[in-house]
Ligand binder design. Structure first.
Ligand code: B3K
Ligand code: ZN
Length: 873
């Protein structure tokens, strides 16, 4: 299929000024009449053909300026409509299409979910509703009429403000008309109709405008929306105080649905959400779920300015809205709870999702320059690395410069479709900083490696840091240029305080940031009064792999003293990682490796350090997992050897810390009723982290006991997970109890599926296969597929990567089966193979064979063909 290139970008010959849509919903099909007003753009010759996008459309009628078109004036296929010689500068087309939402299992365009009607248009779903210039640089004003049987659809919703509604006389039908005054691209269009429970609230903006807030959920679920509503209001306030951005319509609606391809969608004024990111109460949602709801609500709300008011010129600029909006939602969440804990969580996500992507065959720049299927580019690179790039920009120009640049961006580009160049120009113009080299972060793929060596001259009081920056080739980019890398740092002295220096040379140093912009730098600090331990890349100030030669004693010093909490955590992880890498090597040759007792007891010491936040202590004693170790090893990976090394280290840490962990387990028990706040959540996190260690150290009964006593999902799931992962005798009973308790609550049953899919045992594959036939599973529902199959493929290193290849074969079968139902979900699952080349030869051969089997399969979707093809390149 054809490759789309950034370099080929051209505006459309025609603009669309206005769209009037008329949806007639019926139980057996939908008729759409779309009246679209076109205007020939300046400089385009009269009579230039008008070519519109379609996708599997069934055309019933077409008229131009109200009159039927002669047969030779146009051609149409399900994928395309061409009007050969449009007659005038301005004209309107009226196109009638028939849709079958019931059979739309791709969940793009108009589809049905739990008996309701719902649309998803990003990236290219609007063309599944009507023929259109379906691209983000075509902005138009929409008026939408929806008509449906009143009984099946008491609520009729679309973007903007509702301007009319009523009954259709003499029928059992009713209608509503919505008008969105803000010009928008088609991908932000939404229409929802159906039966819901509606939860209403209000928000008064900074300038005193009242906005109605409405959340629509499945009837009976309204009580679970309080956290979402509260998160929405806090997001609205935050965007006012931090960016000076107010909401602009009279109503803001969120609809939660069960069948949804991703997390949520920022349609103007009418966000549609996967219900996973709306519903939360203590019985059914974990503390992590609460945090995700808050983050996704904020993310979609923030898109109103970064995405909707200013959108993307073309899909290559996707990071313009996504990277920036992820940066904003991360910052918001950091303000709501512990900022370091949020930062650690975000960096873990970046390293576990984006680093492997950047190191494998699917690597692409934050702003790609070609694509075959745009839906395959909603990636960790575009989102998470895209957010890191914005964070680095802020680090380089400072908070004031960043705000000035954002203000300029909103002032310059509001109401239009912009590019990364436009975005960067605002910061360059606002601060005077040259960002040409910085722009490489958008165009060059791969994770840079930064090697540091340290030389301390005690008699001269001089510290020399040598930085070498390199990057491995990535697809299409054999040679890399050095990037601009901001290294936030401190020189940690013997007592743990940061030491001062008199002079520094060798690179730009602004405050506590060293800015590398070349392949090699020697940074010399003079006038340092005591031996410093350099703490580098504080807060993970750049998405690079930093290798420093520090010895164990220095890392232990940082682990217990660094005043930057992120680097305290990082030092512990680095120490554990060293032990795990040598443990893995030993396991492959049948040896065991000695683990430094100082290391094992350092974890117990952090767990007990009451000067630290409980949530932070929980993270600090969570050891790297097998995917982390595999990524660090990088080649010739043997997941079973890694698992063995992890078992050994865990056993050591658990044994060395048992007394401390038991004490903490008792101390962190909650007294009194459940509370959701950060303090209570931190205590639960710490208690469950020590539970995990204790269960491995022989206190297995604790898991069953904690499960039965739990008065909230966080504790219940932590206990169940510990029991199932370790394979305790109680595990089966607990699983059965969990199913009984929550059958009929699909979101919770997803957790039950996930726990089973991640069990690191040889029986797991058979179990997962059996679960695909369980009544709780449905291959048509993306949440169920992700909970069972995707979790198995991405969250179970030893069993997906089984040495006999059976894990790969199972997932490949599932990909091929799912491709017939929902190509986006199938392609996403297939990307679980992205690190196949890093495996040891035998597993690598099995993975390659499965990828080749997929590539050779008939009638693949473009989505799956693209991922499989690139994976093998
Ligand atoms: N913009 C949507 C993602 C759409 C994905 C289309 N395949 C959600 C978000 O990032 O906010
Ligand atoms: Zn987004």
């Amino acid at each position: 299929s054809e490759t789309i290139r950034l370099a080929d970008y051209r505006p459309t010959p025609y603009a669309i000024t206005e769209v009037r849509l008329d949806f007639r919903l019926d139980l057996d099909g939908t008729r759409v009449v779309a009246e679209t007003l076109f205007r020939r753009r300046d400089g385009i010759a009269a009579g230039t053909p008008l070519v519109l996008d379609g996708d599997e459309l069934d055309l019933a009628e077409i008229r131009l300026d109200g009159a039927p078109l002669p047969p030779d004036a146009w051609t149409a296929t399900p994928q395309r409509l061409e009007v050969r010689t449009p007659p005038a500068d301005d004209f309107h087309l009226t196109v009638t299409t028939w849709l079958d939402p019931e059979r739309n299992t791709k969940l793009m365009g108009l589809y049905r979910t739990s008996g309701n009607w719902c649309t998803q248009c990003e990236a290219e779903g609007f063309r599944r509703i009507t023929y259109f210039l379906d691209r983000p640089d075509v902005l138009a004003v929409y008026t939408t009429r929806i008509e449906a049987p009143r009984a099946a659809a008491p609520y009729l919703l679309s973007n903007g403000n509702r301007i009319d509604a009523g009954d259709v006389p003499g029928t059992d039908r009713h209608f509503a008309v919505w008008h969105d005054p803000f010009p928008k691209p088609a991908y932000l269009f939404a229409m929802v109709a159906g039966t819901f429970e509606r939860i209403a609230d209000r928000f008064v903006t900074a300038s005193g405008r009242e906005v109605a807030l409405e959340i629509y959920v499945e009837p009976g679920r309204g009580a679970r929306t309080a956290h979402a509503m509260d998160s929405l209001k806090r997001s609205m306030r935050w965007d006012e105080t931090e960016y000076g951005r107010e909401y602009d319509l009279d109503v803001f609606m969120i609809v939660a649905v069960d069948d949804f391809n991703m997390g949520a969608m920022e349609n103007k004024g009418l966000n549609v959400f996967n219900e996973k990111y709306v519903l939360a109460d203590s019985e059914t949602a974990t503390d992590a779920d609460y945090a995700h709801v808050e983050g996704v609500i904020a993310h979609e709300y923030f898109h109103n300015w970064t995405g909707n008011r200013i959108t993307c010129r073309d899909w290559f600029q996707l990071c313009l809205k996504e990277g920036l909006t992820v940066f904003r939602d991360q910052d918001f969440s950091g303000d709501q709870r512990s900022r370091p804990v949020k930062r650690i969580a975000d960096v873990r996500l970046l390293k576990s999702h984006q680093f492997p992507e950047d190191a494998g065959p699917l690597a692409h720049p934050v702003r790609p320059s070609t694509y075959r299927e745009i839906n395959n580019f909603y990636t960790a690179t575009v989102y998470e690395k895209g957010a890191e790039v914005v964070r680095m920009l802020k680090t380089l120009i400072g908070a004031d410069g960043f705000r000035a640049g954002m203000d300029l961006y909103f002032a310059r580009h509001d109401g239009s479709a912009a590019t990364i160049e436009d975005f960067l120009a605002c910061f360059a113009d606002a601060t005077g900083r040259d960002l040409e080299r910085f722009k490489l972060w958008y165009t060059q793929s791969g994770t840079p490696d930064v090697m540091v060596s340290t030389h301390w001259d005690a008699s001269a009081g001089r510290l020399r840091l040598t930085f070498d920056q390199t990057a491995l080739p990535t697809p299409g980019q054999p040679v890399k240029a050095p990037m601009v890398v901001p290294i936030r740092f401190g020189l940690v002295g013997p007592s743990g305080d940061d030491l001062a220096w008199e002079r520094v040379s060798g690179a730009e140093v602004a405050g506590d940031v060293i800015v590398l912009d070349g392949a090699h730098h020697e940074v010399v600090f003079e006038g340092v009064t005591a031996r410093p331990v350099p703490s580098l890349l504080r807060g993970f100030s750049a998405p690079v792999r930093l290798t420093l030669g520090s010895d164990t004693a220095d890392l232990l010093h940082l682990m217990s003293h660094d005043r930057d909490p992120f680097n305290r955590w990082q030092a512990g992880q680095a120490l554990a990682m060293r032990a795990l890498i040598s443990g893995t090597q030993a396991a492959r040759t049948g040896q065991t490796v000695e683990i430094d007792p100082a290391l094992a007891s350092a974890f117990a010491a952090v767990a007990a350090d009451e000067s630290l936040d409980t949530a932070f202590r929980a993270l600090a004693i969570t050891l790297p997992n097998d995917a982390d170790v595999a990524r660090e090893i990088g080649t010739d990976v043997d997941p079973d050897a890694i698992a063995t090394a992890i078992e050994q280290l865990r056993a050591r840490v658990a044994t060395a810390g048992r007394a401390t962990f038991r004490r903490i387990h008792a101390e962190m028990a909650s007294s009194g009723p459940y509370r959701a706040d950060a303090e209570a959540a931190g205590r639960r996190a710490l208690r469950n982290a020590v539970l995990d260690h204790l269960v491995r150290a022989g206190d297995g009964d604790l898991a069953a006991q904690r499960y039965r006593q739990a008065d909230n999902m966080t504790d219940r799931l932590a206990a169940l997970t510990a029991a199932v992962t370790v394979g305790l005798p109680s595990a089966e009973d607990l699983l059965a109890d969990f199913y009984q308790r929550f059958a009929g609550d699909p979101l919770v049953i997803d957790k039950w599926l996930m726990v089973q899919a991640t069990a690191p045992r040889a029986e797991t594959l058979d179990r997962v296969r059996a679960l695909t036939a369980h009544p709780a599973f449905a291959a048509t529902n993306p949440n169920r597929v992700r909970a069972l199959i995707t979790t198995f493929a991405t969250g179970n290193q030893t069993q997906f990567n089984r040495a006999d290849g059976a894990g790969f074969a199972f997932v490949a079968d599932q990909v091929l089966m799912l491709d017939r139902i929902n190509p986006q979900v199938a392609a996403r699952l297939l990307s679980a193979f992205r690190s196949w080349r890093a495996l040891e030869p035998r597993r690598r051969a099995y993975a390659e064979a499965e990828l080749k089997r997929i590539v050779a399969a008939p009638d693949l979707s473009r989505d799956v063909a693209d991922i499989a093809g690139r994976s093998l390149e």
